[in-house]
Design a protein around this ligand. Sequence first.
Ligand SMILES: N[C@@H](CCC(=O)N[C@@H](CS)C(=O)NCC(=O)O)C(=O)O
Length: 371
Amino acid sequence: MTMSLRHIKGQNCLRIRFFSNPLSPHLSGASFRNSFIRFSFTQISKISRHLAMSAKDHTLQSDIAKMKAEPDGSFKRRDSSFRNLIEKGGKYEPEKDRYHLFVSYACPWATRTLIVRKLKGLDDLIPVSVVSPHMGSDGWPFASADKYPGATDDPLYGSQHVKDLYFKADPGYDGRFTVPVLWDKKTHAVVNNESSEIIRIFNTAFNDFIPDDKKVLDFYPNDLRPKIDELNDFIYPGINNGVYRTGFATTQEAYSKAVKEVFESLDKVEKILEGNEYLLGDKLTEADIRLWVTIIRFDPVYVGHFKCNIKTIRDGYPNIDKWARKLYWTNSAFKDSTNFDHIKTHYYWSHTSINPTRIVPVGPEPNIRPL
Ligand SMILES: N[C@@H](CCC(=O)N[C@@H](CS)C(=O)NCC(=O)O)C(=O)O
C-alpha cells in the first residue's frame, strides 16, 4: 500500500490517496479511495516540507565524490551545525543513560572523542556505535547496511546510515552527515557534532559520575588554556585540516600551497617536542590528543592518498615519531581507539575522486613501529 498527499488549494485540507498497486497507481482506479482529512495550516506546511525533503536529492550532502572544491581548487571544510553543551541547568543535563556516541574508527575527528571518552573512563556512561569504513553515496553505513568487521548497528533506531540520524533530529538538515555525533536519547536530538567541543564536554561534564582518579584528569586546565589554544590555532589549519586541504586540492597551486603548509607546521611541532614528553612539557593535554589522531594516520594514509609525501613521520620527524609511538604503545586509550584496517579502507575506498580503483595499499609495514 502506498499513499500520496495533495494540498487542495485554498482549503486547509489534504487529499490523501491510498494505492494498493504502487507500480501503476493511476491505472488501478478501482483499487484506491480518496479521503479528506482536515489539518491546520502549520501541519500542512510541516507535511509539505517533509514531502519536499524526501523528494530532494540528498547525495549532494552524503556523497563525497560529488563534493565540490572552491573555484581556486582549494578544499574548504564546512562548519559543524549542532553546537550544544552538556551542563547542569542547561537543555542537556549531565545524566546517566542519556547520551550515545556515533563514530567511525577511520575518522580522526571521531577518534579524538573516543580517546577522551576512554581516558575519562566514560565507557559505561556513553555507549558507542561504530560505522563501517565504506563511506559511499549515502554516507556512513551502519553494520545493518554494510556488515564490515568491527562495525555495529544503530541500537537506538536501527538506522541504515548516519544520515538517517541527522534527518531524525532535523528533517530539514542540509549539512553533511559527519561523525562524530553525540546524541541525546531523551529528546532524540544531536547534542553536538563538533569533535573539538565533544572532547571538552567529556573532559568535565560527567565528573559527578566517575571515580576520583578520572575526575581529576583535566585535558584543558585553566592555567594551560592560552598555550593549548595557541597550539590548536596552528595545528588545526596546518596539520589536522592541512592534510585534507592537500589531499582534496584540485589544482596544482592549491595542492603545492597546502602541502608546504603541512610540512612547515610539522617542522614547528618537531621543534616543540625536542626534549619534551608532550607538547606542553610533562602534561598530556587536548593539544596532544588533537594532533595525535592526524599523526597516527600520516604514514599509512596521508603520505600516499593525500600526497603529503615530502617526508614520512617515521623517517623524517624523530621527535614526533617517538611521541606518537609512546602514546600508542603505553596508553591503551590511544591504541584501543585506533583501527588501522578501518582507517586505510575508509580513505582509499571512499574517496573515489582521488583513488578511483579503490585499491587499498598493503604498506607501510608495520603501520606503526614498536617502541
Ligand atoms: N568538524 C567536524 C568534522 C567531522 C568530519 O568531517 N568527519 C568526516 C569523517 S573524517 C565525515 O564524517 N565526513 C562525511 C562527509 O563529509 O560526508 C569535527 O571535528 O567533528
